[in-house]
Design a protein around this ligand. Structure first.
Ligand code: CIR
Length: 259
């Protein structure tokens, strides 16, 4: 069964970390409603939503993607690059331990799950303000025996690699060419976002469906033209906190008995 790990929106979301966006008021109640619709959609698409307990005092706790990298073989608990966000990981680890053997990054490594794009046995990892060389090296050491290769990627313009590129098909990526070069992903086809929608590359694929932010209709058009099944969702309030659709869940397969 497909498990989607999520975590409630904190009432302190307006105090979130921000890197590329100017701070503006965030309506936590509206963000909570958008998050509830997101969870509902995950359920409708066949996922069992399992929530990490709320952490009202941790503004960015809703962005669970950054706290772990989940592979079929292991769950790697990260050390998020924003020090305040490292407080988010223990509760995620406690829950993820029900589904995976856990590994942990250790200092001085930092790595955000939002910087890791998986394509088969390749883990593309963005060099970012959150993910450092030690983080990439420790990831490599942990996953090499499991037969994964780690490919460091340069990108620019956004917080995480997954803001610039995400997987929307078995061998298909949605990508902002202004932020990351498609030449990094050899032998994989890419769909470029509409250049007027720079934040539109973050999409979440579940089965044959692509969840995509409703704020980006022009890029959606490109996905639909491509024959993809797209469900648009309003995550405009979470976007003010520099989040989008991948960052609010960790998706993993688990045997039915594990829940
Ligand atoms: C942060 O700066 O860490 C949060 N405000 C946003 C994190 C979004 N995470 C993601 O896209 N993977």
């Amino acid at each position: 069964m497909l498990i989607a790990i999520t975590r409630p929106v904190s009432p302190t979301l307006a105090h979130c970390e921000l890197t590329h966006l100017a701070r503006e008021p965030i309506d936590a109640a509206r963000a909570t409603a958008q998050h509830a619709a997101y969870e509902h959609l995950l359920s409708a698409l066949g996922a069992t939503v399992v929530r990490v307990p709320a952490a009202p005092e941790l503004p960015d706790a809703v962005f669970v993607e950054d706290t772990a990298v989940v592979l079929p073989e292991i769950g790697l608990i990260t050390r998020p690059g924003a020090p305040r966000r490292q407080l988010e990981t223990p509760a995620v680890a406690a829950l993820l331990a029900k589904f995976r053997s856990l590994c942990f990054l250790t200092p001085p490594a930092t790595l955000d799950g939002g910087d890791v794009v998986q394509l088969g046995r390749s883990l593309y990892v963005g060099r970012s303000t959150r993910t450092n060389e030690a983080g990439i090296e420790q990831l490599q050491t942990i996953v090499a025996p499991l037969d994964y290769r780690v490919v460091p990627i340069e990108f620019t313009g956004c917080l995480h690699l997954k803001s610039a590129v995400t997987r929307i098909g078995d061998d298909l990526l949605l990508l902002n060419p202004a932020w990351v070069s498609s030449t990094n992903f050899e032998s994989v086809e890419t769909v470029p976002i509409d250049p007027r929608e720079p934040y539109a590359a973050n999409a979440l694929r579940i089965g044959g469906t692509v969840i995509h932010p409703a704020q980006f209709p022009r890029t959606r058009e490109r996905l639909v033209d491509r024959g993809l099944d797209v469900v648009s969702i309003d995550c405009s309030e979470l976007a003010k906190a520099e989040g989008a659709v991948t960052c609010c869940s960790l998706l993993l397969d688990a045997p039915s008995a594990a829940t």
